[in-house]
Design a protein around this ligand. Structure first.
Ligand code: ATP
Length: 305
């Protein structure tokens, strides 16, 4: 049984006669208890998809169910079963931490005490600031409060729209630890992120771009399906090196990645051929080695197809 099923969903926005397609014939399913990532850059369509699944936006075409309930016909029932943490800060800035939590509990006809066990792990970290106004919290603290509020009615499915955007690296790591613990409690989690490195924390991921899903699989399988030869190159003059490899007839694609440039060779080309070409150009401190593709490399390749 699936927790979320999406079939042929499309959505466009029309502003002053200009139409922007946000979702183009999207289909996928998320299993119960799965931690499912939707990875894609700004404008990929992640927010539109989450708003449709949380019954806040109507699709133009297609159908979707959450916990077996249709997002259009059974929107009221779905709202009781899902928790939604929107991308932009969703809390009441002028209410304190405690007041925000009480407010969200009250609108769902429950109390903080009744569900304390579920949020305890997260809430203890913000409890020392319980009387501080939400608007005066740090980014990481706001994020923890927003997650506590999204959980306060014990949802079966949690939708988190870019929860780690603008949050420091330590808080990001802590956040993913929290998500793993929530998953262990049987909650299905859909989380969107523009950060490729977060993909490996998910059971499965959908890579999205321009309203389409490019690939859906486990992060391990996505990386394993990378079929081409990838090299990592560097030298004392990185810009000239990048221009040189991009101009090479052996190279399909090249882009900066950390302290190296990642270079994807054309199907018939070999590492030796590129090595000879670069050696002839006499780059100082030239280093060429076989690269280990990451999800980001897979995404870069898929975007080109
Ligand atoms: N209310 C709207 N009116 C007009 N265009 C919109 C509206 N909402 C989204 N769009 C456009 O639809 C496309 C998908 O946007 P969406 O917000 O769903 O993507 P996203 O992946 O969440 O990106 P972001 O992180 O930038 O919000 C973008 O081109 C965006 O400009």
């Amino acid at each position: 049984m699936y927790s979320v099923e999406v079939q042929h969903i499309s959505k466009s926005y029309t502003v002053k006669k200009a139409t922007t397609p946000a979702l183009k014939d999207i289909s996928f399913a998320v299993k119960k208890g799965e931690l499912f990532g939707i990875i894609g850059p700004d404008g990929a369509g992640k927010t539109s998809l989450f708003r449709i699944l949380t019954t806040l936006l109507l699709a133009d075409e297609g159908t979707a169910t959450v916990e077996g309930l249709d997002v259009v016909k059974a929107y009221k029932a779905i709202r009781e079963q899902v928790g939604y943490m929107p991308g932009r800060f969703s809390l009441y800035q002028d209410l304190t931490v405690k007041e925000n939590l009480d407010f969200f509990a009250t609108i769902f006809n429950t109390s903080v005490e009744e569900n304390y066990d579920l949020i305890k792990d997260i809430y203890v970290q913000i409890e020392p600031f319980r009387d501080r106004k939400a608007g005066k919290l740090s980014g990481g603290m706001k994020q923890k409060l927003a997650l506590s509020c999204a959980l306060i009615h014990r949802p079966k499915v949690l939708f988190l729209d870019e929860p780690t955007t603008g949050v420091d690296a330590v808080s990001r790591k802590e956040f993913w630890e929290m998500l793993k613990r929530l998953k262990e409690q049987g909650i299905t989690i859909l989380v969107s992120t523009p950060y490729m490195d977060e993909a490996e924390m998910c059971d499965r991921v959908a890579l999205m771009q321009n309203g389409s899903i490019l690939s859906i699989d486990t992060p391990q399988q996505i990386v394993a399906s990378f079929a081409q030869t990838m090299l990592a190159v560097r030298s004392a003059s990185m810009l000239q090196l990048l221009n040189k490899v991009r101009a090479s007839s052996f190279v399909e694609n090249a882009y900066p990645s950390g302290i190296y440039h990642h270079v994807i060779l054309k199907q018939q080309a070999t590492a030796d051929q590129l090595q000879q070409e670069l050696s002839a150009a006499a780059f100082a401190d030239l280093e060429i080695k076989k690269g280990q593709p990451t999800i980001e490399d897979c995404f870069m390749q898929l975007m080109r197809i």
